[in-house]
Design a protein around this ligand. Structure first.
Ligand SMILES: C[S@@+](CC[C@H](N)C(=O)[O-])C[C@H]1O[C@@H](n2cnc3c(N)ncnc32)[C@H](O)[C@@H]1O
Length: 184
């Protein structure tokens, strides 16, 4: 089994500030959020405490989903839905989400324009996508430089597939979060 403990490290949580970041991207009571590439549930679990509606946690790795299931059971949470997915099949119905979150996941995706179009389809009209990625520069941690996505390139791509970028903010020195609304 690969070591997944770094995802939950105190240092990483201090940078991501999950609750504060979820509030900043607009999560509120009643919303349906999908945590795409949820990992160990760093965002899934706090999100499920901020809305009584469904939080979908998607991952290609069953071990990750099992970790989230364990956390949800421990906290007696009943509004988390776990889905094992592939890049081609997310299992989420069209027009069903208020917010789609991808935290340090997009750089794993091969066909990013096609995938983001699919994310767009999953959102309700006026739905929000929030993407956390590494700045495209050498960093101690994170993917290789060639896998990193510059924030300006991502903003341009989102514009091309009819999202309006509303905010870009930093999370610590290495990460940024880009927030965009489905346009039309
Ligand atoms: C670096 S981890 C981030 C986990 C979590 N979002 C966080 O920020 O703590 C990336 C996760 O994305 C998952 N992943 C990679 N490709 C994926 C895909 N096409 N669909 C869903 N999950 C994917 C991996 O299995 C892994 O759990």
């Amino acid at each position: 089994m690969k070591d997944k403990s770094h995802l939950d490290s105190e240092q990483r949580l201090a940078v991501l500030q999950p609750e504060q970041t979820l509030r900043r991207i607009g999560l509120k009571e009643g919303d349906v959020l999908c945590d795409i590439g949820a990992g160990t549930g760093v965002f899934t679990v706090p999100a499920a405490k901020m809305t009584t509606n469904t939080i979908y946690a998607l991952d290609v790795d069953q071990e990750m989903l099992d970790i989230i299931a364990g956390k949800a059971a421990k906290e007696k949470m009943t509004n988390i839905e776990l889905l094992k997915v592939t890049e081609d099949d997310t299992g989420i119905a069209r027009g069903s989400l208020d917010i789609a979150l991808m935290s340090t996941v997009l750089h794993h995706i091969d066909d990013q324009p096609k995938y983001l179009q699919k994310v767009r389809d999953m959102l309700k009209p006026n739905g929000t996508v929030a993407i956390i990625e590494f700045h495209k520069r050498e960093t101690e941690k994170g993917p290789s430089l060639d896998r990193k996505i510059a924030s300006e390139n991502l903003a341009e791509l989102l514009g091309m597939i009819r999202f309006n970028v509303t905010e870009i903010f930093d999370l610590g020195p290495d990460l940024y979060c880009i927030v965009a609304k489905k346009n039309g």
